[in-house]
Design a protein around this ligand. Structure first.
Ligand SMILES: *Cc1c(COP(=O)(O)O)cnc(C)c1O
Length: 379
């Protein structure tokens, strides 16, 4: 049975949890730091506008998105707060940025030219290479980049940014510290090129949790604003360093309505490849969610869902739009019951970390699994 909104697949988003999480960072980074809530990837799967409103209500000063398309969705949704595009922007998108008054990141010489060709006025942040080797101008490109932007006459360089390569994956932050030193070198060479007083920013949740002021002028916070620790290593490092172990609250519940409960006689098999066999007469719940909805096939035979507050093991293979769970031990389970794939129900919980461990990935990927077939419902 679909819910009132007609959807079988629902992501419930607890807006007040998002607001409380960003409030934690508002306090942690102090009043002189601008706080950016990173809302790329549909706000880590939470719904771009729902999450952005919650973060702005909790004290975020600006929003970070990956693409110009996401920035345009925010503006179309009535968001007037400052927005910075963190990903690449081409010439046409730079023109849109001018119209929508969105700040952009330039991380290569072609990107500088695209920004300059937009005609402006446009505020840009230069992104520099300090160790990820993914996006960022290298030292030798700096003076040409400044010349290109200056020649246009209408581009204002307002920020200088970089990104950590090895911070969540380790409790040894030697490389991160070396990156901060390199970053300071870029600040000096920009000053030598006549660009002073830029907003410096090189941070993510982990660095904001680990160090004071490493974020410099703008703290960019993603995963932990959604109530999830960046990694076990970050939590361990925070404890080792005697830093405050802040309370973070996950904000999403992924829910699917059971479409039917079937009786499967002992000896019968379930699903493709006949990978599960009923050892006793069994009751099997059918859930209309599958790998095309972002519920990975790799969970076949390994994952659980929560039904009537109990864990029900997934059985057989996860299909494109369906999967099956054993509810033999939950006799009251019936069609229409809400099954929780992520989140809590009764006393039971499935966390992003649990799913990440099962899938051999990180919570970041887990949160962004559900695509457009899900309806996000703010609570
Ligand atoms: C995604 C992203 C962040 C946020 O990182 P979290 O680890 O999720 O806090 C910060 N900065 C940039 C440039 C990003 O792309």
């Amino acid at each position: 049975m679909p819910d009132a909104a007609g959807s079988w697949l629902t992501i419930e988003v607890d807006r007040s949890a998002l607001t409380r999480n960003i409030t934690v960072f508002r306090r942690l980074v102090g009043p002189s730091t601008r706080l950016m809530a990173v809302v790329k990837a549909d706000a880590y799967g939470h719904g771009l506008l729902i999450a952005s409103d919650a973060f702005l209500a909790g004290g975020a000063d600006l929003l970070g998105v990956h693409s110009m398309a996401e920035a345009a969705r925010l503006r179309a949704g009535g968001v007037t707060a400052p927005i910075l595009v963190l990903g690449p922007v081409n010439r046409a998108e730079a023109e849109t940025a001018v119209q929508l008054e969105v700040e952009i990141t330039v991380a290569s010489l072609p990107a500088c030219r695209a920004a300059a060709d937009s005609g402006g006025p446009l505020q840009v942040h230069l992104k520099v290479e300090t160790g990820v080797n993914r996006q960022g101008l290298v030292e030798a490109e700096i003076s040409e980049a400044v010349d290109v932007l200056r020649a246009s006459g209408a581009i204002e360089v307002v920020g200088l940014s970089s990104h950590f390569a090895d911070i969540e994956d380790t409790t040894d932050h030697t490389f991160a510290k070396a990156q901060m030193a390199r970053f300071a070198g870029y600040r000096d060479s920009l000053a030598a090129n006549g660009l002073d007083g830029l907003a410096l920013h090189m941070s993510c949740s982990a660095s904001a949790l680990l160090w004071d002021r490493s974020h410099r002028d703008i703290a960019r916070v993603g995963i932990s604003a959604y109530g999830v620790w960046p990694s076990k290593e970050t939590l361990v490092s925070v404890r080792q360093r005697g830093r405050e172990e802040v309370a973070l609250e996950p904000a999403v519940t992924w829910r699917v309505a059971v479409s039917q409960v079937r009786l499967v006689p002992a000896g019968e098999t379930v699903g493709y490849g006949r990978s599960w066999k009923a050892m006793t007469d069994s009751r099997v719940a059918v859930l209309p969610v599958g790998f095309s909805d972002g519920w990975p096939r790799a969970l076949s035979g390994g994952g659980h869902v929560l039904i009537r507050g109990r864990r029900a093991p997934l059985i057989g293979r996860v299909c494109m739009n369906l999967c099956m769970a054993d509810v033999t031990h939950i006799p009251e389970a019936e069609a229409g019951d809400p099954a929780v794939l992520l989140g809590s129900q009764g006393e039971e919980i499935i966390t992003p970390e649990m799913l990440a461990d099962l899938l051999g990935t990180i919570p970041y990927e887990v949160l962004t699994l559900p695509g457009p077939t899900w309806t996000r419902v703010p609570l």
